[in-house]
Design a protein around this ligand. Sequence first.
Ligand SMILES: Nc1ncnc2c1ncn2[C@@H]1O[C@H](COP(=O)(O)OP(=O)(O)OP(=O)(O)O)[C@@H](O)[C@H]1O
Ligand SMILES: [K+]
Ligand SMILES: [Mg+2]
Length: 709
Amino acid sequence: MKTNNPHLPQGTRDSRKHTPKADMRGLYQRAIKESFIKLNPTIAVRNPVMFIVWVGTLVTFLVTLDPNLFGNIQADSNQQRLLNGLITLILFFTVLFANFAEAVAEGRGKAQADTLRATRSDTIAKKILPDGSIQKVNSTELRRGDLVQVIANDMIPADGEVVKGIGSVDESAITGESAPVLKQPGTDIASSVTGGTRLLSDELAIRITADPGQGFIDRMISLVEGAERTKTPNEIALTVLLAVLTQVFLIVVATMPPFVGYIANFISVVFGVEAANSLRAGASIAILISLLVALIPTTIGGLLSAIGIAGMDRVARFNVIATSGRAVEACGDINTLVLDKTGTITLGNRMADEFIPVNSYTVADVARIARAASVFDETPEGRSIVQLAEKYKVDLDFDIHQAEGVEFSARTRMSGTNLTNGQQVRKGAVDAIKGFVRSRGGVAAADVDVAYEKVSRLGGTPLAVCQDEQIYGVVYLKDIVKPGLRERFDQLRRMGVKTIMLTGDNRITAGVIAQEAGVDDFIAEATPEDKISVIRSEQSQGKLVAMTGDGTNDAPALAQANVGLAMNSGTQAAKEAANMVDLDSDPTKLIDLVTIGKQLLITRGALTTFSIANDIAKYFAIIPTIFAAAGIGSLNIMGLKSAQSAIISALIYNAAIIPVLIPLALKGLKFRPLKADQLLRRNILIYGLGGIIAPFIAIKFIDVILPLS
Ligand SMILES: Nc1ncnc2c1ncn2[C@@H]1O[C@H](COP(=O)(O)OP(=O)(O)OP(=O)(O)O)[C@@H](O)[C@H]1O
Ligand SMILES: [K+]
Ligand SMILES: [Mg+2]
C-alpha cells in the first residue's frame, strides 16, 4: 500500500511527469544515422513496398551511368542521363525518408531505455547463506530462490519478495512517484519489490524471484526499445495487402513496354517516326520505374511501422508498459471493460469503521471476536479491524501461540482463527458466515440481515463475525468510490465500450457502488472462476474484453482477457498474467489506453486511405503525359508542362509526403469519442477525398515552379 495520500484522485495525477525529456537534436541526429543503416538490404527487405523502391533506385542509377543499358532508347543520351540521375536521387530520398520515419519512432523508445538502463547499474548484494552468514556477491550472480539482506540506503539487487522485516522503498526509478512505499511480508501486494529501487529505511530479507536479465526493469528496457516488437496481426494483414497491390502494379508496369511498343508502331504510321520515338523514350526503364513507385502505396508503406511503434511509445509515456503492440491495438477494439470493484472503482483502502452487534451482544463483544478472527489476517481489512478493536480495549482471551490462522481466500470469502480448544472464530462475507454457522447447527438472527442491509446500502462491505455457531455482529468496512469515474465511464459509453464491475462483494453493496460509479452492469459475489467465465461469455459473443485487476485471484481473468492491465502495486502473479502493467496503478487509465489504441487504428486507416487515394492522382499525372509527349495532348488533363516535368513532380510529391506526414504518424490523429463506424465514415471522407485532391494541387504546383521544360 502506498503511504502517500490515497484520497488524491488517481486519474488526475500527471502520469507523464517522469518521461525523460528527449534531447530532440540528438534524437534526429541518431535517426539520420539509422536511416542509412536501414539501407542494408537484409533490413530493407522486411518492408516489401519500400524494398521495391530501393531496388528501383539501384536500376535507375545504372541507367544514369548508361542510358542505353537496357536497349537503345533513340533519344538524346545526355538529357536522358540527367533525367535518370534526377529520378535516382528522388527515389533514394524516398527510401531514406521512410527509414527516417521508422528511426525517429524507435528513437524515442531508445532514449527512454537509456534512462532506465542508468538505474540498473550492477550492485553488490548481500546473500544470506543457509547457515545464516552473509556473502557479498555481484547482483548478476543472484538466482531465483536466493535469499538476500538489504539494509537502508541499499539498492534492491533484483526482483523479489520480502520474507522478513518492514521498510520503506523508493520506487521512483520505475514509477516516477517520489512517495516511499511500505514493504513487508504477508500480503502479496506489499511484499513484492523490484530490482533497481532503493530501500530507504530499516532492513529487509528478500527472496529473489527473477534470474539475471529477467527482471522487471530488464523487461521494460527491451520493451521500450522495441526489441520485442513483433508485428501485430492487423499490421501483417496490411503489409500483405500492400505487397499484393505492389505486385499488381509491378505486373501492370512490366507489361507496358510491349503495349507501348505496339502503340508506337501504330503511331509511327499515323503521326510519323518522330512521335513514335518520343513515345518510346517516354516509356524508358527509368520512367517505368518512376511510374511504378508513384503507383505503389509508398506513403503508408513508409509510415506503417512508425505508426505502430509510436502507439507503443505513447502508451509508455502514459507510464504503462505493454508487452506487445498487439495489446495496444487490441485496446482500440475493446467492446467490454471488466473492472474489479475494490481498489479499482473504489479507493480500496477498506477500513473497519464500525462494529454492529446482533442478538444481545455488545459492541465490545463484536470487537473481541472480530479481533480474535483477525490476529493472523495480514490484509488491510484484517489490520484495520485489529486497530478499531484496540479502541475498545478488548484483549485476546487466548494465547496466540496456541492458535492457528485461517487465511482469507476469495473462494471461501472468510478468514479467521482456530484455537487449540477446538473453537473457531471467523469473519467474512455475510452469506459465507451464515453458511458456516448453519453447518454447525446455528441459526442467523434476523438482525444480522438488518445490519447487513444497513452497511450495504451505504456502499460499504459488511463482514459478519462469528464464533462456532454464534454470529456476534457485523463489521462495517468503509470504502469510497474514486471521484470522476462517472464522466470517464460516460466517455467510454460514447466510444461504444460497455463497462462491467465484478466483485466478490454482496449484491446490495455492489449495486450501490455500481450506481454511484455509473458502470453499465455489475456482477456480485463473483469467485475467480466467475471472473473468467464472464470474460469468456463476452468473448464468445465476438467481443474483445479488457480487464483491470491487482490480486492473485484476478490473474486467471487477466490472462483470459484480450487486454489485461495489471496494477504495478498488484501481485507478481497479476503482473505476469497481464499483457500491460500500469506503473501508476491507476485502473481508470484503461480509458486512455482505449483512446491510444483507437487512435493507432484510425491513424493507420486514415493514412492507408490517403496513400491509396494519392496514387489515383499520380496515375492521372503521369500516364497521360507519356502519351501527350507523342502528341496526344488531349489526355494531359492536368496541363503539366511536359512528360518529364510531370514525372519528376509526381515523384517529388511522392517522396516529400512521407516526411510531411511523419508528425501525424507519430502523434496520431486527433481522437473523438465516436463509435467505430462513425469514425470510419468520417475518415474515409476526409482522407479519401483529401488524398485524391491534395496531390493534384501539389503536383501542379511543383510542375509550375520546377525549372524543367
Ligand atoms: N480479510 C478478509 N477476511 C474475511 N473476509 C474478507 C476479507 N477480505 C474480503 N472479505 C470478504 O470476501 C469478499 C470478496 O473479497 P475480495 O477482495 O476477494 O473481492 P474481489 O473478488 O477481489 O472483488 P473486489 O476486489 O472488487 O471487491 C469481500 O466482499 C468480503 O465480503
Ligand atoms: K506511391
Ligand atoms: Mg480484489
